[in-house]
Write a protein that binds this ligand. Sequence first.
Ligand code: PEP
Ligand code: MN
Length: 337
Amino acid sequence: MIIVLKPGTSDEERENIVIRIEEAGLSPHVLMGKERVVIAVIGDERALQQQTLSAIPGVEKALPILSPYKLVSREFKKENTVIDVDGVKIGGNKIVMMAGPCSVETKDLLSGIAGEIKAGGATVLRGGAFKPRTSPYSFQGLGEEGLEFLAEAKKQTGLPIITEVMDPRDMPMMMKYADIIQIGARNMQNFRLLAEVGAHNKPVMLKRGLSATIKEFLLSAEYIMSAGNDQVMLCERGIRTFETATRNTLDLSAVPVLKQLTHLPVIIDPSHAVGKTPLIPSMAKAAVAAGADGLMIEVHSNPAEAFCDGDQAMLPNDFKSLVSELKRIAVAVDRDI
Ligand code: PEP
Ligand code: MN
């Protein structure tokens, strides 16, 4: 349910409403809008009678939220959420470019790539220290050493870092190094992980599961938000279909669909979607045209020797050319890169 407060409601009245909601065993999430304050009430609403609510001073009206997800829905929050990561705003007019290798390999290689993607127009550095590999015999990532290399690259370039967490027990370590915590496609429905990440105050990028519907995707985001973290962005990275010409099938329609259903920023990862370097630019351009708030692209200075996903890594120079082409498309849709 959403409780809309009357304009000019005092802080004391608002606090009183919050207490009444908590006394009913429900959890209030206050949203201080520019013109209005609304409170989303999460939990078994039968404990709170609509008539009782309307009688509380300050309450204008109480409305049901019809969608199965509440805090992530546009019904709850009309304005787009903008997440500030070290001054990089995600979800605003500027389209964010996140780039870097699939996995962190060596310190020098990572620092080199970080410098090149920055020069090419990226504002966030990606790189996995914990890799969710299909085979247990594949390279699993460097762990904390990889995070240290990311921290070093950040020191040299000033680029904030996005990196994946796979285990809730690693969250204290992640909090030391990451600026954005990534939850990978394979963990989209790891509910304990979602709740743990939700209990921390750090931006999160949730990737869509390999076979997840939009509803399941948004309910996973709801797990994070209902645990207290409202800095959530969503990433479409291709879904599994019968098609084998590409690694996955990029569901570009997810962009306008998500924009309609949620206020959260939407990022597209064309690299994992198509899985082949020559196909990435077209889908990156299409994503910008479709209204994505950002792109995540894998870049490596020596794809043939990359520890993972070399087939879908762009060379730094090609990334740079792509960004300059994307700028023209951004202008056509009233955005900026
Ligand atoms: C990644 O971005 O490093 C990754 C493993 O992607 P996904 O979870 O989308 O497969
Ligand atoms: Mn990868």
